[in-house]
Structure formats: structure tokens, C-alpha cells
Design a protein around this ligand. Sequence first.
Ligand SMILES: C[S@@+](CC[C@H](N)C(=O)[O-])C[C@H]1O[C@@H](n2cnc3c(N)ncnc32)[C@H](O)[C@@H]1O
Length: 259
Amino acid sequence: MPTHYEVADWYQLPRYYDIAFASRNTSEVDFLQALYERYAPGGPILEPACGSGRLMEGLLRRGYDVHGFDLGASMVDYARKRLDARGLGCTIWIDDMSKFRTRKRYGMAHCLVSSFKYLLSEKAALAHLQCVSASLRKGGVYVLGFHLSDYADQRADSEEHRGARGRTRVTCRIDSEPPNRKTRLETLRARLVVKMPTRTLANETTWQFRTYDEVQFLRLLAKVPKLQHVATHNFSYRADEEIAFGEEDLDSVVILRKG
Ligand SMILES: C[S@@+](CC[C@H](N)C(=O)[O-])C[C@H]1O[C@@H](n2cnc3c(N)ncnc32)[C@H](O)[C@@H]1O
């Protein structure tokens, strides 16, 4: 365990982010493919906050027309280069989840791993859902995965992700402080340790997420009547297993269909 962590934005290190989360790629891509085949009325797929492009690559390899954007220039640059290098034509650009407009209309959009919670105000979160709704075809779905908060549970939480590529090994530990019902914020810290043959890099990033319990999320969603909540899954990413929203599991993936 390193004793000193360099404080820097981990999204400036897209390759290491990508290695740490790669073990989830196949199950998440399988899940997204199954949902597309079940719900989408055809058309391309959009990933707001696409990060390193790990899910874009998986879906492109399976023949889907995939578009994505992210606010982080380093992430977009990394994603574009990786997809170009593999000969996977794609449309990827820098944009903000709460302000984007698209000329295309999508059959499915998806945003997993709580990225939506980076939008720290109700106004920004609402604007995001409105932008997604405007970008979808009629009947298209938004697959939105995020961790709900139980404000009664004031324990700190943590999770660890590990991955390796060649001789580079990455461990990512994410610690989260309890959610605050009043401010609707929670503080998280990611510690990334990258072991390479010649050196070890230790990086620390702290950020805040907006918090939602199920009532707060449904209240937000009610402001976008075009998006109807049709199903919920959890982070086991099994398309054949639905759960009751907010009751069985805080790790939620909601399916919102544009009417
Ligand atoms: C946890 S990563 C998820 C990346 C990718 N969706 C995945 O599943 O690996 C969160 C991403 O959200 C991006 N992000 C944060 N705020 C954003 C915003 N307002 N608009 C677009 N992207 C944003 C970050 O740059 C980062 O790449």
C-alpha cells in the first residue's frame, strides 16, 4: 500500500481507468445488447459520459452503430484513438450531459456506473433527462444505472476493482462517505495504484455525487413525462432478472422508455 498518493483527476489517466474496469465489460455489453434487442425500435446507440470507450468498443464489435460523448478531453481522446486503432468507425465528441443536442435520433441511450450523479443540481439532472428524451426515437429507451441512497444508513462504504494488461496491474479502491439528505451530496475518493515493471504510480481523486433515494428519483423523473419507467434491474446486469425499484437493491438500472 503506497504511503503517498498524488492528488490528480483520475479521468486524466484513461488507460488505467480502462484497465481497472475492464473485467465488467462483457457482462455489461451482454446486458446492453439484450436490452437493445428487447426494447429498441432500431437506430443507433448513444452513450452520454462514455469515458474510455470500453462499452462503445464492445457494442461496435457486435455490429451496432454507437455514438458517445464525454466532458473529459483526455477520455474522448483515448476512446477515439482506441476505436480508430481497432478500425471501429465511430462518432465521438466532447460534450456535457446536461446540455447536449443531437441531430440523430437514437433507439437506445445508456449511462451506467452512476455517472449521472455527477450532475450536482436538480436543474442539471432534469436538463440531462430532457436532453436524453429529445435524442431518443419514439419507443427508444434510456438505460440509466446508478446507486440509490439509503439516508438511514450512515456507514461509510468501499469497493475495489482490479485489472491487468500486459505487465501493468491496476487496483482501484473507491471509498464513499455516507449520503447527506440535506445537501443531497455524498463525497467519494478513488485511489488508483498502478504497478508497472519500472515504477508504481499512486493517484487519488475526490469528488461529489448528487444523491437520490427512490422517491427523489421518481419525483425528478415525473418532470419528464415523455420518459416512462418500464423496468428495473440491478448491477448483476442480468437482462432476464427484474427487481422492484428501491425495495430490493440500491444498485439500480432503470429502463426509461420514450412515449
Ligand atoms: C465513471 S466514468 C464512466 C465512463 C463510462 N460510461 C463507463 O461505463 O466506463 C464517468 C465519466 O463521466 C464523465 N462526466 C462527468 N461529468 C460529465 C458531464 N457533465 N458531461 C459528460 N460527461 C461527464 C467523466 O469525464 C467520466 O468519463
